[in-house]
Design a protein around this ligand. Sequence first.
Ligand code: ADP
Ligand code: MG
Length: 272
Amino acid sequence: MIELSGVTKVFNPGRAGEVTAVAAADLTVAAGEFVSLIGPSGCGKSTLLRLIADLVPPSSGTVTVAGKPAARARRDRDYGMVFQKAGLFDWRTVRRNVELPLELRGTGRSERHARAAEMLELVGLSEFASHYPAQLSGGMQQRVSIARALADAPPLLLMDEPFGALDEMTRERLQGELLRICAATGTTVVFVTHSIDEAVFLSGRVAVMSARPGRITDVIDVDLGERTEAVRQAPEYFGYVTAVRQALRGPAAAVPEQAGPAESAPAVRAEK
Ligand SMILES: Nc1ncnc2c1ncn2[C@@H]1O[C@H](COP(=O)(O)OP(=O)(O)O)[C@@H](O)[C@H]1O
Ligand SMILES: [Mg+2]
């Protein structure tokens, strides 16, 4: 479904603000996989997702999506996107928000209605079809956003910290729902998060990125079988959480920090 080969993204090349956001990333994602990208803030997770979505062009390397160049996949609407903010249109009802991708495709009225109803059923919001976004909770709005992204049945879903703004309880419920929806639709997912728990619970594989320049340093296979709520308490689950945490710290973390409190304490005071 996705093939990244030697993908590098340099913003503002040759200028004062030059930033290598993604460095030589290689990643292959098969159809039906759920892969998370995890890494510290600013390491290039969103940029990597935007490269897949062809929202930014790579500086070098190639991005193939659904067997075609990323630009072609974007024109063919081969993916749906979900961001941290639901980004719904306030003046459109829930149903008409979900219908939007179908309208853009020129799908006829009755088919749009039927498909929106099906998607709202899938995310458990059938009764709210005629509500406006402002009448829904944050978690419900995010479910509408997922329904909208899936409305025209894209084979790929790209999600950038979609549950980042939600409370822990809502977040866990939506994680379970997302897995159920993906299993029902066979959708491939690339999911950006900075939560280790979330990455382990959701993913078949976790790609770990290092801070500047953003490299994929490890890809960890997570073999936890069916993700029931009980999995969150399983010893194997904690084993994977530890493995991802260690990968995030990187090989340098094994060496004790030599820069002692003398250097770090003033910095902490300076922030106050
Ligand atoms: N459009 C842009 N122009 C210049 N720099 C950018 C742009 N987008 C992202 N960056 C920089 O690239 C780096 C990675 O950003 P981003 O991909 O948003 O990180 P993350 O999502 O992991 O927090 C950061 O240093 C950020 O400032
Ligand atoms: Mg980001």
